[in-house]
Design a protein around this ligand. Sequence first.
Ligand SMILES: Cc1cc2nc3c(=O)[nH]c(=O)nc-3n(C[C@H](O)[C@H](O)[C@H](O)COP(=O)(O)OP(=O)(O)OC[C@H]3O[C@@H](n4cnc5c(N)ncnc54)[C@H](O)[C@@H]3O)c2cc1C
Length: 320
Amino acid sequence: MDELKVTEHIASSDKALFSFELLPPLKGQDFSAIQKTIDPLIEFDPAFINITYHQQEVVYDTLDNGLMKKRTVRKRPGTVGISAAIKYRYSIPVVPHIICGGFTREETENALIDLNFLGIKNLLVVRGDPPMGMKTFVPEPDGNTHAVDLVNQIAQLNQGRYLEKDIKNYRSTDFCIGVAGYPEKHSESPNLESDLHFLKKKVAAGADYIVTQMFFNNQKYFDFVKNCRAKGIDVPIIPGLKPITTQNQMASLPQAFHVDLPEVLVKEMLKCNNNNEIRQVGIEWAIFQSKELLKFGVPGIHFYTMGKSDNIREIAKNIL
Ligand SMILES: Cc1cc2nc3c(=O)[nH]c(=O)nc-3n(C[C@H](O)[C@H](O)[C@H](O)COP(=O)(O)OP(=O)(O)OC[C@H]3O[C@@H](n4cnc5c(N)ncnc54)[C@H](O)[C@@H]3O)c2cc1C
């Protein structure tokens, strides 16, 4: 039987969906690294599991003669393989992320063909961040520049239009496309209005639903949904939550994800003496956020695990 699309699942469910995101483990690990994250969450009946994609990084090796040699390396390969392994071992729909960065349009099409063969129906389509150490995003020659271009490419494939024009007896794909939304705006966007303008273009190009960047103040999500609806963006908007786990994240999350931490949360974090206490504050804050979001009537709640799920388990126990 075909797996459910995220949007079909939302439409057919009378309660908010629970889902989470995994990072492929660093090169050298095997599937057991993934199982450690998934297994504690299985009893909460995840509706789908996302698997991120990571752009290659540029590294410099020092040669014997003292000169530096540039090389690119993908430190977390495996999104397609992990997606297939999860889908078939756990019988849970997977949502591999597809990124523009580091791929030509042809390489992207080949990955989509693989995913289609595997019976994977759902994708989350993002541009990708600039690689480590680089400030601006540079697409591959003949690659996609913005997420909207990638959505367009997938929408074309959904209509049976492959890059090679003269393919005979082709079959259309049938991917359900998710895209990213930013309640506190994307870092490169001059303002929220401009960001919404481009979000609307992603939906017009074929995006079926939106997953938000993490946020710690629910009001930002409520306002974002209101602004999207006022602009005519009418697809489901799934909130993404990240429970805080370390003291360092007080600085690193705002820096990396361009989000604000509410003063009351910061005050609670400052009272903590160690990361165990911080982790507990993070769990309680996420439970508080989740309960309010559920009351608001969100289509689902999506958790960013960053590879660790013991805290997500505590939250799920309290909200599901
Ligand atoms: C739910 C979620 C999942 C993610 N998963 C991953 C992942 O797996 N791997 C990864 O590397 N990163 C991931 N990211 C991070 C994401 O790649 C970065 O935030 C990236 O900088 C932007 O991606 P985007 O798809 O939002 O880009 P875009 O939609 O292309 O937007 C990027 C910026 O350009 C602007 N813009 C958009 N379209 C246009 C246009 N046509 N012309 C001019 N400006 C435009 C936007 O307003 C925005 O400021 C994820 C983010 C989220 C929220």
